[in-house]
Design a protein around this ligand. Structure first.
Ligand SMILES: Nc1nc2c(c(=O)[nH]1)N[C@H]1C(S)=C(S)[C@@H](COP(=O)(O)OP(=O)(O)OC[C@H]3O[C@@H](n4cnc5c(=O)[nH]c(N)nc54)[C@H](O)[C@@H]3O)O[C@H]1N2
Ligand SMILES: Nc1nc2c(c(=O)[nH]1)N[C@H]1C(S)=C(S)[C@@H](COP(=O)(O)OP(=O)(O)OC[C@H]3O[C@@H](n4cnc5c(=O)[nH]c(N)nc54)[C@H](O)[C@@H]3O)O[C@H]1N2
Ligand code: SF4
Ligand SMILES: [Mo]
Length: 744
């Protein structure tokens, strides 16, 4: 009997993208039989959680799109050939461009948790169409943090949780949602070490909070007061790291002037956390040699989210926790994406565009208007906005009202159903793929995972779809690319030189680098790696910006030479490579003056203007719409059987509330918000605070032949509930009422 073969790839279910190994088998050899963490992966080092074991539900759950689809007049779809699909999509979108301008063609998506190459290839198609506005799910979570981080530090930070003395999680439940590599191993190590302290700020006693030394059980939406009280404690009790601040920061006096005016007891009362407990937490942080901290959706999708991002940064900066082991750092990424406000505004609403992303909550408004500059067409790729953006009903209306909607997906998603054209993509195991969420330090890793299966007849990788669209749009053809085809046959060195000469020197090809690399270099790359071609361009950019980090990782020389070496290593190493090696002593804020900017006048004004939200008696509950649980993964896996626990995606509720309503676990209630209503199953849980209820994310998906379990959370959310600065949604504090329907 031959030994079954282990093939390296990665899990695609959360942003960690753990390296895993898979045994393929079954009748057709395409079933995922066994999994294990891949010890060779430089970031995850053998770690994987239980979700990876159920990836077969992604690859083989029987919901694949196979052929391009065109919507008919009666609303049903017909299958068409790729030639017809590409020709018609190019014609329809060119017509939109020629009539209303390229700015009216909006691009949404480009990747999910682990597939970020489509977004890179789409730059070519967008360039051919003159499309300038875009967005993605990041603009409903991270843009507030990016904006503040850019202004204070010149870049977003991550924490060295593996080595910190104190770890702080704010509105974040890494036991279930991960987001840091090897999360559970690291959490256990911190929790078990008496010299280290785990602090969690969360209204819910989550699994992470249960492990914590200090659980600050904040009132939902009370984080701004809590952090403010902690900062004021630091100021009052002289717990600041003044040496660090003198050496590296400016604006301390303005910040202290505001903090000294804060009434700590009043803030504590508003936050719901006892004053002595929050003072102790502040003291513990100040006394530590290092603090790593992370904020996530619990605060980023909540009231005062941008202010909280600011206060969070003050907390680690005033205590000197930037640029030393165990503390915060700015990682060297292969692709820069956490940039700030470039000054652009969205054309209809005039919303601030951070990191190049239009706020998700204004997209429907930018479409459902008679404003001349409205978006008329959309390309949606590897994302499911009809399900994941606030107010699904309004979002569906917006998508349906477009002149042309093109959706590129592997499955018939809620969004694909609304499309004029649906283009079927190969799955993330049928093409080379990668994540750009690479945030490690000092060693940062990048993993191009080759295809481990050929696609079935029909679906195409996005790289191929975009290259074909570019050709149909007249961007380039085999003749214009002939010198590159020829050079590619002579190896990577020759190709690199030819690319520089031909593409950089030829203005008509500018902006099409991604698709050109795929067309010309792609075919010469080893089997299963063609879609990695775009990485040559990205490696070059990275070598220009971060040559010293690349050199320390073994990719030395002038940028072109370093990029070629790095690219070769990425292509040759299916288990991931360390591409950058930083040094703690070199870490500097990337602000124009190289100093940390502590005082942001608009945020200091926000502190002074901070007001408790008005209570709406009709909606006495606070609903967290979209929590991460044991078996949730956005909408990446659609088959309901993949979820081993909590099949209905229950509404968690405190026992006091349940008793008052007369419901028990398994009973049904009617959940109503100002925007919608749903019938949900209750799970009574003393992990919840009274008045706080929670629904999971990613449920309410239908699947052929199956009942739809759970609720689609954005049937209940509203577009107007958003941050005034960056437009991020308030999904974690939806006003709600609950009426009992039955007991089990
Ligand atoms: N299992 C699983 N893991 C995932 C994902 C998934 O779908 N499933 N998705 C991935 C993605 S896309 C993301 S962005 C991350 C998100 O990861 P997290 O941000 O950790 O996810 P959530 O569970 O949505 O929210 C975190 C916590 O916020 C708390 N919270 C609610 N209201 C408040 C509040 O007012 N204040 C504070 N301080 N906390 C509050 C909730 O109780 C919850 O524990 O997870 C990633 N990982
Ligand atoms: N109410 C509420 N709403 C939320 C959240 C919340 O907490 N509460 N969380 C938000 C957050 S943080 C996020 S990140 C978003 C996530 O929501 P989305 O951005 O919509 O992302 P996914 O649900 O991951 O959608 C992935 C889509 O990509 C498709 N897909 C999978 N593989 C491939 C592939 O290889 N190629 C292509 N072309 N398609 C593929 C899947 O079939 C699916 O349709 O949801 C957000 N929405
Ligand atoms: S779900 Fe996230 S943490 Fe779990 S194996 Fe997959 S990538 Fe790793
Ligand atoms: Mo996310």
């Amino acid at each position: 009997m031959t030994q079954a073969q282990w093939t390296p790839t990665a899990c695609i279910l959360c942003e960690c993208n753990c390296g895993i190994e898979v045994q393929l088998g079954g009748d057709d050899g395409r079933q995922f039989l066994r999994f294990r963490g891949d010890k060779r992966h430089p970031a995850s080092r053998g770690y994987a959680c239980e979700k990876a074991h159920r990836l077969d539900f992604y690859q083989n759950a029987g919901h694949r799109l196979t052929l391009p689809l065109r919507k008919k007049g009666d609303g049903t779809f017909e299958e068409i050939s790729w030639d017809v699909a590409i020709k018609e999509v190019a014609e329809r979108l060119s017509k939109v461009r020629d009539t209303w301008g390229g700015a009216s063609i909006f691009y949404y998506g480009g990747g999910g948790q682990g597939n970020h190459l489509p977004g890179a290839y789409a730059t070519s198609t967008r360039r051919a169409l003159g499309s300038i506005f875009k967005s993605s799910a990041l603009a409903q979570e991270k843009t507030g943090e990016f904006w503040i981080a850019d202004r204070m530090l010149g870049g977003a930070t991550r924490g060295d949780f593996e080595h910190c003395e104190v770890a702080l999680f704010i509105g974040k439940n890494p036991w279930h949602s991960h987001s840091i590599q090897r999360a559970r191993t690291t959490l256990k190590e911190i929790a078990q070490d008496p010299a280290r302290t785990l602090i969690v700020i969360d209204p819910r006693r989550t699994k992470t909070a249960e492990m914590a030394d200090i659980h600050l059980q904040v009132r939902p939406g009370g984080d701004a007061w809590l952090l403010l009280a902690m900062l004021a404690t630091l100021a009052e009790e002289h717990l600041l790291d003044t040496d660090f601040l003198d050496a590296r920061a400016e604006g301390l006096d303005e910040v202290l002037a505001v903090l000294r005016g804060v009434d700590i007891s009043d803030c504590a009362a508003r936050s719901g956390v006892p004053e002595e407990q929050l003072r102790d937490a502040a003291r513990r942080i100040a006394a530590a040699t290092s603090l790593s901290s992370m904020e996530d959706l619990g605060v980023q999708m909540n009231r005062n989210s941008t202010l909280v991002s600011y206060l969070h940064r003050l907390l680690f900066l005033l205590t000197g926790n930037f640029g030393k082991p165990g503390a915060q750092y700015i990682p060297t990424t292969l692709v820069p994406f956490a940039t700030g406000d470039g000054g652009k505004r969205s054309p209809v609403v005039g919303a601030r565009i951070i990191s190049g992303l239009v706020p998700c909550n204004v997209i429907a408004e930018e479409i459902l208007t008679d404003h001349d500059a409205r978006y008329r067409a959309m390309i949606v790729e590897a994302t499911n906005p009809a399900h994941s953006l606030a107010d699904s009903q309004r979002m569906r209306e917006a998508l349906e009202s477009l002149d042309t909607l093109v959706v590129i997906d592997v499955a018939m998603s809620e969004t694909a159903r609304l499309a004029d054209y649906v283009l079927p993509a190969s799955t993330q195991f049928e093409k080379a793929e990668a994540t750009f969420f690479n945030f490690e330090f000092p060693d940062n890793a990048f993993h191009l995972r080759p295809a481990i299966l050929p696609p079935p007849p029909g679906p195409l990788p996005e790289a191929e779809i975009h290259a074909r669209l570019c050709e149909a749009l007249g961007a380039f053809n085999d003749d214009t690319l002939a010198p590159l085809h020829a050079a590619a046959r002579h190896g990577l060195m020759a190709y690199g030189a030819a690319f520089m000469q031909h593409v950089i020197a030829n203005p008509s090809l500018n902006g099409y680098a991604a698709a050109i690399l795929y067309r010309t270099l792609g075919p010469t790359l080893p089997t299963g790696t063609a879609e990695g071609a775009v990485l040559l361009g990205l490696a070059f950019r990275c070598a220009m910006d971060h040559g010293a980090d690349l050199a320390r990782a073994g990719f030395e020389g002038p940028p072109a030479a370093a990029a070629l070496k790095l690219f070769q290593a990425i292509i040759d190493t299916p288990t991931g490579v360390v591409f950058a090696r930083g040094q703690w002593e070199d870490l500097r804020p990337r602000t124009p003056k190289g100093r940390i900017k502590l005082a942001l006048p608009d945020m200091l004004a926000e502190i002074l203007a901070l007001k408790a939200p008005e209570i709406n008696e009709d909606f006495p509950f606070t609903l967290s719409a979209g929590e991460r649980r044991a078996f949730t993964a956005n909408t990446i896996i659609r088959h309901p059987d993949w979820r081993k626990k909590d099949p209905q995606g229950a509404l968690f509720m405190n026992p006091l509330d349940a008793a008052r309503l007369g419901v028990e676990t398994g009973g049904q209630v009617r959940l109503t918000t100002p925007r919608g209503a749903a019938t949900v199953t209750v799970e009574v849980s003393d992990t919840m605070l009274p008045g706080h209820i929670s629904l999971p994310n990613g449920l309410g998906l239908d699947h052929p032949g199956q009942q739809t379990p759970g609720v689609s959370p954005n049937d209940l959310t509203s577009l107007q509930d958003r941050d005034p600065f960056v437009g991020t949604p308030w999904h974690k504090c939806v006003p709600a009422q609950v009426q009992p329907l039955s007991t089990p």
